[in-house]
Design a protein around this ligand. Structure first.
Ligand SMILES: Nc1ncnc2c1ncn2[C@@H]1O[C@H](COP(=O)(O)OP(=O)(O)OP(=O)(O)O)[C@@H](O)[C@H]1O
Ligand SMILES: [Mg+2]
Length: 345
């Protein structure tokens, strides 16, 4: 599964919900996040240690023992000094060999053996990767190839990746056959879900939202989860209760917007250099819809090629993404309006 969408729509929350569900059912799982600068090999290896040590038991079946030995060899492939102890003697077991140094070979062996062990245990294996657009092209290509093999041979493994709206294109470019994935665009909540995001948590605390107050917050948030959270929290903080009124919501939204400007948007803006901010300002004229790279260059009286590095740096910083060739857009809703609110500095 590939979950993609703008910042703050709830991708990480969904991925963590997957983790919670598979954990409850006793699956073997690894949840990791791209963009930390660490290699996928190490990220996955370290994330697997705890779930594996939880299921390593003397009564383990043959395929589980084999997979543990393979996991040990995988660990050895990136960590010369440390080793894992599962409290089991694996010396006579088959398995191992996930330490050739070739990511495709090693990871394929590890995932295959673990999925096999999961099947023996009557569960599954889940590989959950957040901020997947930040993995290297090689890492993504390897994951696609393995997912392809897994789908063809029906391994007991779920791959779930989450990332920015550019993720489907990045995956397609990494490998020509990205078809094993189900692509799900995560967008704003619908009216009912947005209202419930406010009313259900309040009810647990024995407070109610008036209909007007709900409408104020839902409308101001554009039904984006992150904004609902921010405006809902501020409204909660100013309301006397037990019924949250329209004027509480109006004040909460005003404070929430102020917080977003000084926190969420400001932090993103400050990540950009002066030259990059100039680029973002030019983009802001087109609103949140996205801008053509060529038109930005024309606005800044520059040749498009000369703006390539700025564009690449803004993409690497996660501020913008390329929805299609020659087009750039902001990764967060409302960024264009925020930039317009800034007096030229
Ligand atoms: N289904 C939901 N209902 C209500 N609020 C939600 C929901 N999903 C997410 N949120 C709120 O929105 C916030 C942002 O969600 P989350 O961190 O999952 O977004 P994201 O898509 O992963 O963003 P990013 O791309 O920045 O990582 C959460 O902290 C939570 O407060
Ligand atoms: Mg996230």
């Amino acid at each position: 599964m590939v979950l993609y969408g703008l910042r703050g729509v709830g991708k990480t929350v969904l991925l963590s919900e997957f983790r919670r569900q598979v954990e409850q059912q006793g699956w073997i799982f690894a949840q990791v996040e791209g963009g930390s600068g660490r290699a996928l090999r190490e990220l996955l290896g370290e994330a697997l240690y705890e779930p594996l040590s939880n299921i390593a038991k003397p009564s383990a079946g043959a395929r589980l023992l084999k997979s543990l030995k393979t996991a040990l060899s995988f660990k050895a492939s990136y960590d010369m000094t440390g080793s894992w102890r599962f409290g089991l003697d694996l010396s006579g077991e088959p398995g191992g060999g996930a330490d050739t140094g070739v990511l495709d070979t090693d990871l394929r062996k590890l995932i295959h053996d673990l999925a096999d062990a999961a099947e023996e245990e009557g569960v599954g294996l889940a590989i959950l990767i957040d901020e997947a657009h930040d993995l290297t092209a090689v890492e993504l290509a390897v994951l696609c190839t393995i997912a392809h093999a897994a789908a063809q041979d029906s391994w007991r493994v779920l791959f779930a990746f989450a990332g920015l709206p550019s993720l489907p294109r990045i995956l397609a470019e990494a490998k020509s056959y990205a078809e094993p994935f189900r692509y799900l665009r995560i967008e704003q909540l619908d009216e009912r879900a947005a209202a419930e995001a406010l009313t259900i948590p309040a009810r647990i605390e024995e407070a109610e939202w008036s209909g007007d107050a709900i409408q104020v917050v839902v409308d101001a948030s554009g039904r984006y989860p992150y904004f609902l959270q921010q405006f809902g929290q501020e409204t909660w903080n100013v309301a006397a209760g037990p019924v949250i009124q329209k004027h509480d919501a109006e004040l909460g939204v005003a404070r929430g917007k102020n917080d977003l400007d000084n926190g969420f948007y400001r932090a993103l803006w400050d990540r950009a250099t002066r030259a990059e901010q100039e680029y973002l300002r030019a983009m802001a004229r087109d609103g949140d819809a996205g801008s053509s790279s060529g038109e930005i260059a024309a606005q800044l009286s520059k040749r498009p090629e000369s703006l390539g590095p700025r564009r690449a740096s803004l993409i690497a910083k996660g501020l913008i993404y390329a929805p299609e060739h020659g087009v750039v857009a902001f990764t967060v809703p409302g960024m264009a309006a925020f930039i317009d609110r800034q007096i030229a500095e």
